[in-house]
Design a protein around this ligand. Structure first.
Ligand code: OGA
Ligand code: MN
Length: 285
């Protein structure tokens, strides 16, 4: 029996009573998918997953997207045999090379890989090793962010589009093959509507991606900056958010179409090892 326990905040729910190392029945999958549409972020505790099991669970939702491009500064190894589809998020360094991305840094609010024309609908992040404190992951609800905007702002952003920067990762490191952008009007990356319609729920939500290097097409730079600052400040207000504190064995599945996420920094002498898949989506509209 799948039991859904909502966090009580603007998003997030625990799913209790499923072992994700085994194939889900269609009834279980239906219950999980329904809860995911309602709560945007699901947490499954006390799981024991191989990469194969993580990929199999992810594939119940859709195909897998390949990993994002590494940052140059990470100096990462490709030791993981599943490296094409399982992205290691870790600060651990072995034999002088990082086993994963993002180090122990704070990661600012973002949507995974929204710089692609067809970004992943979801990410699934599984905790293998966690530090004693720090490294919490916050999520925010972009439906409530949109619905609570002042009416005049909502009217103003309707029909506007924004570029989603592909040059930097979520901790601000330059990706391999990119140059530093100093003028947001020249940002490389996909252009998406600021207000999108979720293809499953049919509900509208804000779609922001990442703040740095964002630019709203057709506006003066100063106007774009001011409007983006206002939208980001509003969207990430605490009443739209919920924070995950990790335990080993937690799997968290989030919907990149309607939720932002961020991460706290943590003590670099502690180990944190997470494995992530990214599940293919549709072009935002
Ligand atoms: C990610 C990410 C958050 C974390 O994997 O996409 O942003 O908690 N990581 O490491
Ligand atoms: Mn991310």
């Amino acid at each position: 029996m799948v039991e859904v326990r909502p966090s009580g905040s603007a998003l997030g729910a625990d799913i209790v009573g499923v072992d994700l190392s085994r194939p889900l029945t269609s009834a279980e999958f239906g219950a999980i998918h329904g809860a995911w549409m309602d709560h945007l972020v699901l947490r499954f505790r006390e799981q024991r997953l191989t990469d194969d099991a993580l990929m199999a669970f992810s594939r119940d939702f859709g195909g897998l997207d390949g990993n994002p491009r590494h940052a140059k500064a990470e100096g990462r190894t490709e030791a993981n045999p599943n490296a094409g589809f399982v992205n290691i998020i870790s600060n651990v360094v072995e034999n002088g090379r990082a086993i994963g991305g993002l180090g122990n840094y704070e990661s600012k609010w973002h949507t995974d890989m929204s710089y692609n024309q067809v970004p992943p609908m979801a990410s699934a992040l599984y905790a293998l090793e966690v530090p004693p404190s720090g490294g919490d992951t916050g999520f925010c609800n972009m439906y409530t962010a949109l619905e609570s905007l002042p009416a005049e702002t909502r009217a103003r952003i309707n029909g506007l589009s924004c570029v989603h920067d592909s040059s930097l990762n979520s901790v601000g490191q330059l990706r391999v093959g990119f140059e530093d952008v100093t003028d947001p009007r020249k940002t490389p990356g996909a252009v998406h509507p600021l207000v999108r319609t979720h293809p499953v729920t049919g509900r509208q939500c804000l779609f922001l991606g990442r703040r740095r290097n964002a630019f709203i097409q057709g506006l003066e730079l100063a106007d774009s900056e001011a409007l983006l600052d206002a939208l980001w400040a509003h969207a990430t207000r605490p009443e739209h958010c919920w924070t995950q504190q990790w335990h080993v064995g937690d799997l968290v599945l989030w919907d990149n179409r309607c939720a932002l996420h961020r991460r706290d920094e943590f003590d670099g002498t502690a180990r944190r090892v997470m494995h992530r898949t990214q599940i293919s989506g549709d072009r935002p509209f």
